[in-house]
Design a protein around this ligand. Sequence first.
Ligand code: BEZ
Length: 210
Amino acid sequence: MALQLGDIAPDFEAETTQGKIKFHEWLGSSWGVLFSHPKDYTPVCTTELGYTAKLKPEFDKRNVKVIGLSVDPLGSHEGWSKDIAETQGHTPNFPLIADADKKVSNLYGMIHPNASDTFTVRSVFVIDPNKKIRLTITYPASTGRNFDEILRVIDSLQLTDKHKVATPVNWKQGEDVIIVPSLKDEDAHKLFPQGWKALKPYLRLVKLAK
Ligand code: BEZ
């Protein structure tokens, strides 16, 4: 069965561009983003990896470690990284797993045989510090992902883990959030003394104190 939200992210050992890793040990107490791309030396993947390298300070700020994967060998990742630096202005500054034997791809269900039985699709797994899978995304090979969206979801996950809130459509850091429906008004007053706007009894918008 495919990996689902709340499952423990399977552990593995792999060769990467930053040395051999044991995944859980490498994650430590950080959040993680594990993402696959179909193939090295392809245009969409080149733009994705360059952009992800540019976002590294944003991931660092959120205590998130990023790791990429394709079924290409290590030498290919290393050669291609130079092209990424040249064309995108950012060298991959996170490890890339060389999964030539497809061990990790199969463990995470990143190969969808009816799309391609050879290459990984564009999978994303966001993993929390308890090693639980908190987000899965699957994109087709021809569509580059929106890594700003991945950061946005991480912001939401980290916020909603801390407060009894959920985040509305297209929410961005700093915008109003929703008080979870399970929290009664009398308890909400204790947690949100600043008050809230109730559009409906079940739709209460609150500005979080900074
Ligand atoms: C790309 O990264 O450009 C790509 C990879 C596989 C199929 C189509 C596009």
